[in-house]
Design a protein around this ligand. Structure first.
Ligand code: ADP
Ligand code: MG
Length: 323
């Protein structure tokens, strides 16, 4: 298959976004701004760095690449609208596998009504996927990391450490656990970006959000630094899936604090608005947990232990160190 029939094969037959003037097929796409703020993000995925063929099918690779990008939009409170895909392909990938990569992306694109409006196709040694997503927010309504204030509640969606548990199972096929093996693997391969929950927070004036791509310790530092506040995370309250306790206590600890790729949302909000956040989570069946509070200790993150002792948390993301 040549480049041109490939591009033909991935084109959408119709577009959903009304602000799109020209999608795939010219030198560039054309969008007519509608007065909302435009939010743009890019995330790249490189074979044998971010994924490999042993742990991820082509479908998973495409799905997860777009999921990570949509998660960035969720962390900004933006409504996803468009994406562009730059792809470098080696000869090892068959036509069917390439189609499956795009099928993985298409699943999420359909679900969130995001249009594929362009990209670039080249050949190279390894598979590289570079996605750019564009979303829209109401004017000045982006959920910035710099919005946390002293006295806020710290919350997190979902459960922590699942993706790393899944990766561990995929990399060590001889490890067997009694229950939920498939659950953990799928949390690694098919993460669920919290797009709808985040959009539903719009009536709240101020929420700081960050998505968990590198581990909660790292994301908490990003909020603390950007907002010049301190974050205290209460160890007992960090939500984990009940089946995670089948793993070593040391692994559980590392995964929940420093394991990445859960694509859950970490946030802070004034106690006054916490009830509204919980209601949005409930409407979208997203588990949500209050896990700590914000102090004036600029740039620092502490873990409050069971005995009340405060332990300074490092910023390191377990994920990148382990690769
Ligand atoms: P040009 O040579 O002008 O850069 P291309 O032949 O690279 O044009 O691309 C033609 C059209 O197909 C453009 O609209 C481009 O955005 C789109 N396109 C190319 N590769 C991809 C891809 N991998 N995914 C989505 N759209 C793509
Ligand atoms: Mg081009």
């Amino acid at each position: 298959m040549d480049e041109f029939s490939f591009i033909q094969s991935i084109q959408q037959t119709y577009y959903r976004q009304p602000s799109l003037i020209k999608g795939v097929g010219d030198d560039a796409a054309v969008i007519r701004p509608t007065g909302e703020d435009i939010v743009i993000a890019k995330d790249m995925f490189v074979e044998n760095v971010h994924f490999n063929r042993r742990t991820m099918t082509p479908y998973h690779i495409g799905y997860k690449a777009l999921a990570a990008n949509l998660s960035d939009l969720a962390a900004m409170g933006a409504r996803p609208a468009f994406y562009l895909v730059g792809i470098s392909i080696s000869n090892d990938w068959t036509k069917e596998e390439l189609a499956d990569i795009y099928n993985g992306m298409k699943y999420l694109a359909d679900r969130y009504k995001v249009d594929l409006i362009g990209g670039d196709t080249v050949s190279g040694k390894e598979l590289v996927i570079s996605i750019t997503v564009m979303g829209l927010t109401n004017k000045d309504n982006s959920r910035l990391r710099s919005s946390a204030r002293e006295g806020d509640i710290v919350f997190v969606t979902g459960t922590l450490g699942d993706s790393q548990a899944g990766l561990h199972l995929l990399l060590n096929p001889n490890t067997t656990i009694h229950t939920d093996e498939q659950y953990f693997k799928e949390r690694h391969q098919l993460p669920n970006p919290r797009v709808k929950f985040s959009l539903d927070l719009q009536e709240i004036n101020r929420v700081a959000l960050n998505d968990i791509s590198d581990g909660i310790a790292s994301e908490a530092h990003e909020i603390a630094e950007a907002s010049k506040v301190g974050l205290v995370l209460i160890e007992d309250k960090l939500p984990i899936h009940p089946a995670l306790n089948q793993f070593d206590a040391e692994l559980q600890y590392r995964w929940k604090l420093f394991g990445g790729e859960d694509y859950e949302l970490l946030g802070t909000v004034s106690p006054r608005d916490w009830e509204l956040v919980k209601q949005s989570a409930e409407r979208h069946q997203v588990p949500i947990t209050e896990i700590g509070y914000v102090t004036d200790d600029s740039g620092k993150v502490f873990l409050q232990k069971e005995n009340g002792k405060m332990e300074r948390l490092e910023k390191k993301g377990y994920n990148h160190l382990s690769r």
